[in-house]
Design a protein around this ligand. Structure first.
Ligand code: FES
Length: 307
């Protein structure tokens, strides 16, 4: 007999030998969703094992298939397939009919990246237009949209050429991810390649901006290499892959630091390490970053070595 604790209900149950998490939960009156009736066909019974991973039997073949399809990390289990072998704490993840609809939808779209969320090592690039407020103040809104579209078109092309993906647009800035498909070793090199190409693309845009609008703008880019959780976020049917985590915040802060140091491209020390001497660097700044504790070494990158 083993004790299992089920969250968020906070129900403690003494299981009988061979009993699954789902069977124990239902016996104790926990409203544990199990839309396929416990046959490993739906995943609505999924639980996060919070404590006592050793306390559950290994996944069945049917569970392994679903876990692979939905890219579950090892601590996500199907309650209907998980036999309790020792004390453990689990948390139900699908709590109501809305959750169940989301799970169902995402299961049908299981080809999409990282349905359940997955930790990845990524190069995260933030780019922002410098001086855009002053630039746009003097223009009619239609012109502003037109210029932004030209800029984002160029940005999309350089990111795509380097195998990255623009994940999010924020006003006149954007975030792009490199290494989403497992090419972590080259992610930083490609992110820096894209950043340098973006800076060149904005420089190439300057004569046009001057002719058409009598003024120009510049761009600042920050890159950090670190671990982020990648998953589909958004209402059912409108999800998009995004990255969440401290690494994302840090990349954004690094981008903002360009303004202070008068640079165009700054990278974190982790990114610099990954580049393994292949970048031509400028100044190195030891600095605090807003909202972060401690001090960070930011390296200005001016180019990549030809080799
Ligand atoms: S109830 Fe459907 S997979 Fe467990």
């Amino acid at each position: 007999m083993s004790l299992i604790r089920i969250l968020p209900d906070d129900v403690k149950i003494d299981t009988v030998p061979g009993e699954t998490v789902l069977a124990a939960a239902l016996r104790a009156g926990v409203p544990h969703l199990h839309l396929c009736g416990g046959h490993a066909h739906c995943s609505t019974c999924r639980v996060e094992v919070r404590d006592g991973e050793d306390g559950c039997a290994p996944p069945t073949e049917a569970e392994r298939r679903i876990a692979e399809q939905l890219r579950f990390p090892p601590h996500l289990r199907l309650a209907c397939q998980t036999v309790v072998d020792g004390p453990m704490t689990v948390r139900r993840l699908v709590l109501d009919a809305h959750d169940a609809r989301l799970v169902d939808r995402r299961q049908r779209d299981s080809e999409a990246t990282a349905s359940a969320g997955e930790e990845r090592e990524l190069a995260i690039l933030f780019a922002d237009i410098r001086g855009f407020t002053a630039f746009s103040e003097r223009l009619p809104p239609y012109d502003v949209i037109h210029v932004l579209n030209r800029y984002f078109q160029a940005a999309g092309e350089v990111v795509e050429r380097q195998g990255g993906q623009i994940d999010n647009y924020m006003g006149n800035g954007f975030m792009a991810l490199f290494g989403l498909h497992g090419e972590a070793d080259s992610a930083c090199l490609r992110a820096v390649g894209a950043a340098l190409a973006l800076i060149d693309a904005v420089a190439a845009l300057q004569p046009y901006l001057l002719t058409a609008f009598g003024q120009t703008f510049d761009v600042g880019v920050g890159i950090h290499y670190g671990c982020a959780v990648v998953g589909n976020v958004g209402a059912a049917g409108r999800e998009r892959v995004t990255a969440i985590g401290d690494a994302v915040n840090l990349a954004s802060r690094i981008e903002a630091a360009n303004k202070r140091f008068g640079t165009r491209l700054l990278v974190s020390e982790q990114t610099w390490t990954q580049l393994a001497g292949r970048a031509q660097i400028g100044a190195i700044h030891e600095t605090a970053l807003p909202g972060k504790s401690g001090s960070y070494r930011l390296i200005e990158v001016r180019g990549l070595r030809a080799d």
